[in-house]
Write a protein that binds this ligand. Sequence first.
Ligand code: DGL
Length: 280
Amino acid sequence: MNSAAIAVFDSGLGGLSVVRHLRQLLPHENIVYFGDTARVPYGIKSRPTVAQFALETASFLLGYEPKLVVAACNTASALALDTLEAELPVPVIGVVAPGAAAAVRAARGRAIVVLGTEATISSGAYQAAVAALDPDQPVVAQPCPLFVPLVEEGRECDDPIVKLAVESYLGALRGRDIGVAVLGCTHYPLLRDAIAACLGPGVEVVDSGRETSLAVRSHLEAAGALSGSAAPGILRCFVSDNPARFQRVGSRFLGERIEHVEHVEAERYVNLARRATPTA
Ligand code: DGL
C-alpha cells in the first residue's frame, strides 16, 4: 500500500481527460495535477522547449512527493519522456506507449491512423512505438491542429465547423483500410463521435488517455502501491495561469466539477529542474 498521490501534468487543461479515467478506474487515489496554462500549447513547439517545460512542470509536482508521474500530455510524452525518465526520481508513465499498444492489439492486419498535434506527429513517437511492437504494422499519421482550439471553444461533435475540420483532416482516409484511429491528443476524446462518424463504423477508436489509466492501475497493482484507502480520492489542481478558465473549461474534460485550483507563480516552477540539479 502507498498513500502518496499520483502526479499528473499537462500543457494545460486537456490532461483532465486522462484524470477523468484515472478517477473512474482508481477512485481512492489522491491526484495532484499541474496544467501549464501559461505556456500552452506545447503542440507547436520544438523538442528542447517541450522537454524543458515538461521537466519544470513535472518537477513542481515532485514537491507533493508523488509515487508516480503521469505525462498526460501527448506532446510531452512524445518529445520528452526520455528526459523525464532520466531526470525524475519516481516512475513516469506517458500516454504514447499504452495508446500504441492498444492500437496494435486492435488493428488485426488493418492500418492504424494516429491523430495528434503537429509536434507529436512529426516526432514519430507513436509510429516508433507501433513499429517496436510490430514492424510490419501500417501506420498513417495525421496532424489535426485545429481540433485543440475547437474543443477549448466548446464546440461539440455536431457543430458544422467541427464536422468540416474533421472531414478535411480525415475524409481522405476513408477507403484506405483503416482499422484503428488513435486519439493521440488530450483534447480529441471530446471529438470522438465526430471522428468515428467520419471514418465509418468499421474503425475502432483508441483513447490513449484511457489506455494510460489502465497502465497506471496495472503498474500500481504490480508494485503493491495502490492507496489502500476506502475514502474517495482528492483531486488537487495547480495551474500556471487563469485558474477561472481552467475551472470552467476543464470541467468538460474532467466530467465533474473542479473543486480546488491554485495559481502557481512562475518562480515556483520556471527553471525548477535546473535549480534542483547541483552545479559541478
Ligand atoms: N495536451 C496537448 C497534447 O496532448 C494538446 C495541447 C497542446 O498543444 O499543448 O498533445
